[in-house]
Structure formats: structure tokens, C-alpha cells
Design a binder for this molecule. Structure first.
Ligand SMILES: Nc1nc2c(ncn2[C@@H]2O[C@H](COP(=O)(O)OP(=O)(O)OP(=O)(O)O)[C@@H](O)[C@H]2O)c(=O)[nH]1
Ligand SMILES: [Mg+2]
Length: 477
């Protein structure tokens, strides 16, 4: 049974129409149309990448709302895992040659692997969780020179053409990039190789509850992390859309229902102990009113910050404590960015990939003229104009990221209305919009006289169409 389809937006409608036209060209092409249709109808895939132990799997558990990914101080995630909504809960290992082997699962966790880990490209998991209805999440082994083998696994399935064929690629549409301090140059280079634009990459400053001097510092670590995230966002403007601070551990605890009334009572029983004494007590095996193993559980669930600062609210019980953890974790903000901006740009990227698939067919199939007609119609459809601009943006980010044309494309793709696309305020009047569009058109014509790359040449042809359309010059579209 197929899942109910989301309402048809104009981009999907146009692509769906094109796929029907493709299917009409014969049974073999109908097979291709079906394959490409799966791309069109499945939710975007968001990959979580970052340094070893940055807190990736913890965040994945928090977003899914269940403890499904291993997280540990010592144990590293060593296989790429795709988490997709679906019932019943089950798992498959996708091998390097594309074959799939069922993998037993036990209460959400992967059981014994029936194959050698080195044969596995990634694990594909289905979970009946509405939290991942709108996007599929991909957890990856951390990037670090220490574990070259794990890093190779991440690169192999994410980077098109890295060692493997496309069969074993997870085809991610957007990335959440985790770092717990400033990202290293090699991490930024890795992201660049993944081919994501800043519009499809969200930065996360993880472990915000332990940021700076941590729980005992003079500054509140969450407020400090928030400030630092804003600084990083401006520094990484060519890499990420923005940076949000996240306390994944607090989110994991609050979103997976791990907290009990007994935990809240034990936490509240620690009230009245001075902060430094409390941290000493948490580190010790001393017997006290709250026994060591219970203290250990509290630290595992709440970290030092949560244990120290959650004691007062714990007096109101587990539900109030849980609510407090949700707010402190900042995950609601992440949720909203994921399901709005990131999902929207991921959908644009996906649409662009579908056009790419059709282009490839036009090269390889004898029906090339018919397929070319279908693709040309798509490219000139106003509903797909942002998708076309996005394709130019991707090409320009590779060819000449610092060109003003790249900036121009980024602004046009990012903003929703003619006024904001032109860099004007959202309430700019028609007259201002027309004037700005004329200016931009003149600039594009001027720029066309001295272009430096083929990618820029192609982009400028589209930009002429963009601004002529805004100006209502139908003959020039
Ligand atoms: N205090 C605190 N600890 C965290 C946070 N997120 C994760 N941790 C802890 O950091 C350790 C590593 O977390 P993981 O989620 O396994 O990290 P990872 O990035 O998946 O690690 P690899 O898969 O090995 O690269 C665990 O002990 C987590 O409990 C956080 O927001 N705050
Ligand atoms: Mg992990």
C-alpha cells in the first residue's frame, strides 16, 4: 500500500505531469518514470554530519522521539543509518553492491548483523514515528582522522562517485552540520564535497549545555552558546544558512519519555546543595540521601547543567521538568527550521535532481527528442523557475563561489517574493520593484559582456529571463 500523497504543490504537479508524459513514451520509459516518481514522492532526506562524538546520534534520537541510535561516550556509531517513517518497525542492511538483507531489530535497536560490517553501505530502518513523516533522517559515523574507517563509510554513501556507484548512495537532500566549537577546515571541506549549498545546510552548535565554562561557569552556557552561534553563523555564511545552539542530551531525555516521577523527586532532593559541592558529589561514590546510582542516572539523563539547574522545577514533578528540558534544549527552534526552510530548500534540490535524471535519459535513450521536449517544457515552466535558479546556484558554487552572480542567485532562490528577491523590504511598492528589476536587468546585461565561466554564462541567460518576467516582458521570457 502506498502512503497518502501530500497535497500537490505547483512544482510537484509540473514534475508529476512531466513523468506522466515520459511514461507515455513506452513501457521502458514508464519504468524510469516510476523510479523517478519515487524520488518525487518520498520525503527529503536530511543527513546529520559532524565530528566524532559531537552528539549526532543523541540528536537523531531526540528528533525521532525514541532511543533508536546508539549513543555513548565510548561506543562510536560505525554505520550510516537511514531512519524513515514506516510500519512495522524493521531494518535492512544495504550492501555495497545494492543488495538488501533483512536485519533483526529489538525494541528499536539493531540486533545481530547477519553480514560483515565492511560489506554494508548503510542500514535502512523503518520506524512508525510521525516525527519523521516530513523528513527522513540519516545518522553518520563521526568525522575524525582517528577512525579513518568510519569516516570512509560516511564519505562513501554520501559523496556521489566516492569509491562506489550510486546504488549504495543515500542521496541526501540537506545536511545538519554539528560542531561543538568552531568547525575545522577539513570538516567544511567535507561539506563542500557533499555538494550542499548554504541553503540546504543548517549549522548546529551542539552540547550547548556544556558550552564555554560549562554548568559551573560564571556565564549561563546556553546563553553563551547562543551568542557564539550567532558569531559562527556570520563567519560561516558561505557554508550554512544559520547556526542554532542545541542541547541534544536534554532534548533526547525530554523527547523520548525517559524521565520518571522518581527522577524528578530524586533531583529535587538534591536542592539546597551548593553548586560546587553538588558537582563533587555527582563525581563521587559517597552515600548520601540520593544514592550514587540514582545520581549517576540523573547525570546521564540531564548532564551537569540539567542536574544543577533543574532542581527547583523538579519540585513540580516530571511533566514540568520535562517541559523545562524541552525549552532549554532549543530543539523546538531546530524543528521549525527543519520543517520549514530546510525542508523547502531540500525539496527544491530534489526537484533539480529529478530534472537531472530526465536530462540523463535524454542523453542515453533513442527517444531523446521527445524527452528533450519534456525537459525543455519543465525548464521554462514558471512554477519551476526557482528550481532552475537553484541549479545555476549549485553550478556557480563549484565554478566561482565568490562571483557576484553567485550572490545574486542565492538571494533569488532564498527569498519568496519579488520584493525580497530584489533585496527590497517585503512591503516595497510596485514602482520600487519595477525600478529595482530594471536595475538588475541592466546589471545582468553588463555582466554578460565579460563573463568568466560557462556556468556564469548559463546563469546570466536565466537571470535575463528572471528579471524580464518580473518586468512583465513576456516576449523576453
Ligand atoms: N552534556 C551533553 N552531552 C551530550 C550532548 N549530546 C550528546 N552528549 C553526550 O556525548 C556523547 C556522545 O554522543 P553521541 O550522540 O553518541 O555522539 P555522536 O556524534 O553520535 O558520536 P559518533 O557517532 O561516535 O561520532 C554521549 O555520551 C552523549 O550523552 C549534549 O547536548 N549535552
Ligand atoms: Mg553516533
Amino acid at each position: 500500500m502506498t502512503a497518502p500523497r501530500p497535497p500537490l504543490d505547483p512544482v510537484r504537479a509540473a514534475l508529476d505531469h512531466a513523468l506522466h508524459a515520459l511514461a507515455g513514451l513506452g513501457p521502458e520509459l514508464a519504468g524510469h518514470a516510476n523510479r523517478i516518481g519515487t524520488l518525487l514522492w518520498s520525503p527529503p532526506r536530511i543527513v546529520i554530519v559532524g565530528r566524532l562524538k559531537a552528539g549526532k546520534s543523541t540528536l537523531v534520537n531526540a528528533l525521532i522521539g525514541a532511543n533508536v541510535a546508539e549513543t555513548a561516550a565510548l561506543e562510536a556509531t560505525n554505520l550510516v543509518s537511514v531512519y524513515q517513517e514506516g510500519a512495522p518497525a524493521r531494518g535492512e542492511a544495504v550492501l555495497l553492491d545494492g543488495t538488501r538483507v533483512p536485519v533483526p531489530t529489538d525494541r528499536g535497536r539493531i540486533g545481530h548483523l547477519p553480514v560483515e560490517p565492511h560489506e554494508v553501505a548503510y542500514l535502512h530502518r523503518w520506524l512508525p514515528s510521525a516525527a519523521i513523516r516530513n523528513y527522513t533522517l540519516v545518522d553518520t559515523p563521526g568525522l575524525a582522522t582517528l577512525t579513518a574507517e568510519n569516516e570512509t563509510r560516511t564519505r562513501r554513501v554520501l559523496i556521489d562517485g566516492f569509491e562506489q556507484t550510486r546504488t549504495a548512495s543515500v542521496d541526501a537532500d540537506a545536511a545538519v552540520f554539528l560542531f561543538d566549537s568552531a568547525p575545522r577546515a577539513d570538516e567544511i571541506e567535507f561539506l563542500r564535497q557533499l555538494g550542499f549549498t548554504p541553503l540546504t545546510t543548517l549549522g548546529v552548535l551542539s552540547r550547548a549545555d556544556a558550552f564555554g565554562e560549562g554548568a559551573l561557569g560564571t556565564r549561563n552556557p546556553l546563553a553563551h552558546a547562543d551568542e557564539h552561534a550567532a558569531l559562527l553563523a556570520s563567519r560561516l555564511v558561505d557554508t550554512v544558512m544559520t547556526v542554532v545552539p542545541i542541547a541534544g542530551l536534554l532534548a533526547e531525555t525530554s523527547h523520548t519519555g525517559a524521565l520518571t516521577e522518581a527522577d524528578a523527586r530524586a533531583l529535587h532532593a538534591l536542592s539546597g546543595i551548593a553548586p560546587f559541592d553538588l558537582i563533587d558529589l555527582l563525581d563521587s561514590e559517597d552515600d548520601a540521601s540520593v544514592p550514587p546510582q540514582v545520581r549517576g542516572r540523573l547525570v546521564d539523563l540531564l548532564g551537569e547543567y540539567g542536574t544543577l539547574h533543574g532542581r527547583e522545577v523538579a519540585a513540580q514533578g516530571a511533566a514540568a521538568l520535562n517541559e523545562w528540558l524541552v525549552t532549554q534544549s532549543c530543539v523546538p527552534r531546530l524543528h521549525s527550521i527543519l520543517s520549514t526552510h530546510l525542508a523547502a530548500f531540500a525539496a527544491v534540490k530534489r526537484a533539480h535532481r529529478i530534472i537531472g535524471e530526465l536530462d540523463r535519459l535524454a542523453y542515453s535513450r533513442p527517444e531523446r527528442d521527445h524527452i528533450r521536449d519534456i525537459v525543455d517544457r519543465l525548464r521554462s515552466d514558471p512554477a519551476l523557475h526557482t528550481v532552475v535558479l537553484f541549479g545555476h546556484l549549485e553550478a556557480m558554487l563549484t565554478a566561482d563561489p565568490t562571483s557576484p552572480v553567485t550572490q545574486e542567485l542565492r538571494r533569488l532562490v532564498k527569498h519568496p517574493t519579488p520584493a525580497t528577491k530584489l533585496g527590497l523590504s517585503p512591503d516595497a511598492d510596485e514602482h520600487l520593484i519595477m525600478e529595482a528589476a530594471r536595475d538588475r536587468l541592466a546589471w545582468v546585461h553588463g555582466r554578460s559582456l565579460s563573463t568568466s565561466t560557462a556556468a556564469e554564462d548559463a546563469a546570466l541567460v536565466t537571470l535575463v529571463r528572471t528579471y524580464n518576467t518580473m518586468l512583465g516582458h513576456p516576449g523576453h521570457r
